[in-house]
Design a protein around this ligand. Structure first.
Ligand code: PMP
Ligand code: GLN
Length: 377
């Protein structure tokens, strides 16, 4: 079978989690919570099946979930202007990214990827016949709009955006979106915008969706994940916001791939949205981030800034000749703490010296990781 993409045979997240398990290391690599899922959400899942949400739901999503997402998105801190026809439920965000690419790409179309980028983008582009074109983010993970402008040409079909950014936690400002809109206006270029950490912004950082932008909303797919929103990464349910026209095109592909999404989960997520407290959730996560940076304070790691959003903190180990991949393996095997090497987010696995640690963990897990490292150094 012909290889369709240039991604690693095993994703870095599977690789590091397997290595952590092998060495019984504290796993701060793959981004998943180890704390309890809200009992209310768990109860709703059981209830859903008892209420007979056990058969195929409509292709675009369970009506109650789409209705509640409509309300939720209209009541955001920065409200979105949308109607039911702008919402479609998907089996997770990665699937939605893949399907958005499958919807718009013709063989040979170019898609701009901002590096470092989440590991699924390039394989998804290539599998769908596209050609990735790379533009490096600046050292502080902001966008080099001059370089982005230079990368745009007649073959550019789409641009991948990820805000809040995994791995750095950088959140796009309104000015960033305006610059992107300016560069792409009247080009018809699509924006595939991965916004899975939308509600997890810290220190009062405002979140702007691509769908909030008056020009971009016509040609973007804004993609979200309940996995990160409600800390249930194993549920694999997400949603897309796009114009009615784009969603109809998306649906024409999606209905012959997954067709629809797990009905009991959709019911539980819909009902949980009615009681979910966004601010409390954000406070909890910001507290985890701060607890993580405080716990690692006495160790030989440094960081340029605390993560502005998301699940991850980037750290640099001082005084080492090891590259980031060697470091990640060494710390997992010898110190008993697993993290993700940042090089995994670059096409040529460019060595960076930076490691990504997941702080979406119980207090005891973070304490145990810090203790292991203190014993080691
Ligand atoms: N995009 C980014 C940036 C992510 O970090 C993740 C992991 N949550 C995903 C997409 C995948 O989301 P899902 O599990 O809903 O497919
Ligand atoms: N999004 C998670 C991360 O960045 C991993 C998801 C996966 O394992 N594919 O760590």
């Amino acid at each position: 079978i012909k290889r369709k993409h240039s991604g690693q045979d095993m994703s870095i997240f599977s690789e590091m989690s397997a290595l952590a398990a092998k060495h019984r290391a504290v796993n701060l690599s793959q981004g998943f919570p180890d704390y309890e899922t809200d009992p209310r959400l768990r109860k709703l899942l059981g209830e859903a099946s008892d209420l007979h949400y056990n058969q195929y739901p409509p292709m675009g999503g369970l009506p109650v979930l789409r209705e509640n997402l409509l309300t939720f998105n209209r009541q955001r801190e920065i409200p979105l202007q949308l109607e039911l026809e702008n919402i479609m439920i998907t089996p997770g965000a990665s699937y939605a990214i893949f399907m958005a690419l499958a919807t718009v790409l013709e063989p040979g179309d170019e898609v701009i990827v901002l590096e470092p980028s989440y590991d699924s983008y390039v394989p998804s582009i290539e599998t769908n016949g596209g050609v990735p074109v790379y533009v490096s983010l600046k050292d502080d993970f902001t966008v080099d709009f001059e370089a982005l402008k230079n990368a745009v040409n007649a073959k550019t079909k789409a641009i991948m955006v990820n805000s809040p950014h995994n791995p750095s936690g950088y959140v796009w400002t309104q000015s960033d979106w305006n610059q992107l809109a300016e560069i792409t206006t009247r080009t018809g270029i699509f924006v595939i915008s991965d916004e899975v950490y939308d509600i997890l912004t810290y220190d009062g950082n405002p979140f702007y969706s691509a769908f909030h932008h008056p020009d971009l909303c016509e040609r973007c797919f804004s993609i979200f994940s309940f996995g990160k929103m409600f800390h249930v990464t194993g549920w694999k349910v997400g949603y897309v916001l796009a114009s009615a026209e784009l969603l109809a095109a998306f649906g024409r592909v999606h209905q012959y791939a997954a067709f629809c999404v797990n009905a009991p989960a959709q019911y539980a997520l819909a009902k949980y949205l009615e009681v979910f407290d966004v601010k409390e959730n954000r406070r909890m996560m910001q507290h985890k981030r701060d607890f993580f940076t405080e716990s690692f304070a006495g160790l030989p790691f440094s960081f340029d800034q605390k993560a502005g959003a998301g699940y991850f903190q980037l750290l640099k180990l001082e005084d080492t000749d090891l590259n980031d991949r060697e470091l990640a393996f060494w710390l997992t095997e010898k110190a008993g703490v697993a993290a993700v090497p940042l090089s995994a987010f670059y096409r040529d696995r460019q060595k960076t010296g930076l490691l990504r640690f997941c702080f979406a963990k119980k207090k005891e897990t973070i304490e145990r990781a810090a203790l292991n490292l203190k014993k080691f150094f």
